[in-house]
Design a protein around this ligand. Sequence first.
Ligand SMILES: [Zn+2]
Length: 323
Amino acid sequence: MDQRTGQHRQRRNVYRGTQPGRRDTRPVRTSPPSPAQFETRGRHDSSYRKYAARKRKNRALRRLLYLAAGVMILAAGVLVVIQMDIFPICSGEEPDIPTAAMAETRTMEAAPGFIVAVDPGHGGGDIGAEGVYFDEWEMTWKTADYLMDLLEADDRFSPFMTTDGTEYEKASQRAANAVAGGAQLLISIHGNSGDDPSYAGFECYPVPPGRTYNAESLAFAQLIADGFGAANANLRGQNGVRYIYYDANNEKQIYEVSDTSVHTDPTFTLLEECGCPAVLAEQCFITSPQDVDAFGDDDGCHTAAQIYYDAICAWYETYGQAS
Ligand SMILES: [Zn+2]
């Protein structure tokens, strides 16, 4: 390998982008000749100083040009950023939001749909009663989910669940959640159970006489019971609507709906404390195979959810718009 070839190879390694095997024809950048080189070439020393001064001047001019170009590119970039509003510059004015969108947002905040609380009865580790095919909480949650779907698809309503089921929340806590959510109507979904599989049928419990919201709750309960009756449920008691109390021994005391006497014993905690018209429904006996077929399995939960939804709609037409 001769000296010249060796230099070329060395340069190809320095300049990026030179294709391998292709001869590098770019001019080789050279350093100014040293005084010794000038002497060798027979030039006078003052010529070298002039040459070196000219090179320095050119280099300084080049640097100045590069600097000016850099400043101009930077300024152009800043102008583009401002124009595109990538980083909004605080001008002390409100951000430019379309007025129509702001109006719509305010309307939604000012007038949400009618607030319905859906209580799934059990869950969060509380299974409720044991049924012939599954536990109570599975039926109540499935029905509550289907009912939520129906209510959410109707823009008249703003439904929410009294619990997310991640942990057990007792009735007083679920009632507090209903109050915190601003509930205007509450439906609590349960399944009944009995020792004998022949026990069957539907019943529901409104807020009892003598309490705030008794009339509104009774009307809601009657609409729900009518719906179950129309779907061929066996309505327990008088048309499926009853009042319930717990006496001093924590024993259930059940009164038929025609008995409007006022009792001081507490009814279901949720009805006592939710702060709105409310009904607790015993959808069916989960210990009765026939009941489960009609109102407890997947189809049955759909049927029940539709009945609750229709009752909520009918009730809302009379009571909801006034509240
Ligand atoms: Zn229950």
